[in-house]
Design a protein around this ligand. Structure first.
Ligand code: CIR
Length: 254
């Protein structure tokens, strides 16, 4: 069974963390409508939803991806780089503990799940404002017994690794090379975002379909041309909080 953990949009989302965007008013009702449609899309692609209780005091808590790194063998509970986000991991650990052995990142390590992309047995980890070398080392030690290689990847100009790359098919990444050095991903097939759409790399592969944000028509056409099936969703309100399609769920098989 394929499970997706999600959490409703916090009524406090207007107080979200922002790094690369100017604060713009977020229409809460519209954000919730978009999130509902996103959850329906997950369900239609075979995910069994586990919806965590909404957290009015945790503005960014809809972005559950940042709270954990879930692999077949283990779930690593993160220590998010933004202090305001650290309490989010409590509910996520409770939910994941039903399915996986848990390992917790310890101080001084900090890491957001949005900085981790696993491709086969390689875990790429973005070194961002949220994720540091201490956490990378802890992930490396945790995953080594399971045969994973961990590669740290410097980032510039974007929040998370998964803002710069997105897994869109087996061993295939959508990439914005201005934000990450493509040479880090040796042996991986790459599709470039359209130069006019720098934010277009964030994509969520579920089975053989990519959940993809509406509004990036040129890059979406590149995916279609490459034979990749897409399902577009509107996430404009969540994008004002610097979130995208990957960050609103944690998907894994049971
Ligand atoms: C933050 O700055 O932490 C949130 N406002 C956005 C987090 C988005 N998460 C993600 O892309 N994995």
């Amino acid at each position: 069974m394929r499970v997706a953990i999600t959490r409703g949009v916090s009524p406090g989302i207007a107080r979200c963390e922002l790094t690369h965007l100017e604060r713009a008013p977020i229409d809460l009702e519209r954000a919730c409508t978009q999130h509902d449609a996103y959850e329906r899309c997950l369900t239609s692609l075979g995910c069994d939803l586990r919806v965590l209780p909404t957290e009015p005091d945790l503005p960014d808590s809809v972005f559950v991806e940042d709270g954990a790194i879930v692999l077949d063998e283990v779930a690593i509970i993160t220590r998010p780089g933004a202090r305001s986000r650290r309490p989010e991991t409590i509910g996520i650990a409770d939910a994941l503990g039903l399915y996986r052995r848990l390992v917790h990142i310890a101080a001084p390590g900090t890491i957001d799940g949005g900085d981790v992309q696993v491709v086969d047995r390689t875990a790429y980890i973005g070194l961002s404002e949220r994720t540091n070398e201490h956490a990378v080392e802890q992930v490396r030690t945790t995953l080594a017994p399971f045969g994973y290689t961990v590669i740290a990847v410097p980032l510039t100009g974007c929040l998370h690794l998964k803002t710069a790359i997105g897994l869109v098919a087996p061993n295939t990444l959508l990439i914005n090379r201005n934000w990450v050095d493509a040479s880090a991903f040796q042996g991986v097939r790459m599709i470039d975002v359209d130069p006019a759409e720098p934010w277009a790399a964030c994509a969520l592969l579920v089975g053989d379909t990519v959940i993809y944000p509406a509004g990036f028509d040129r890059t979406c056409a590149r995916l279609t041309d490459a034979g990749i099936r897409t399902r577009e969703v509107e996430v404009g309100e969540l994008a004002k909080a610097e979130g995208g399609v990957t960050c609103c769920s944690l998907i894994f098989n049971t």
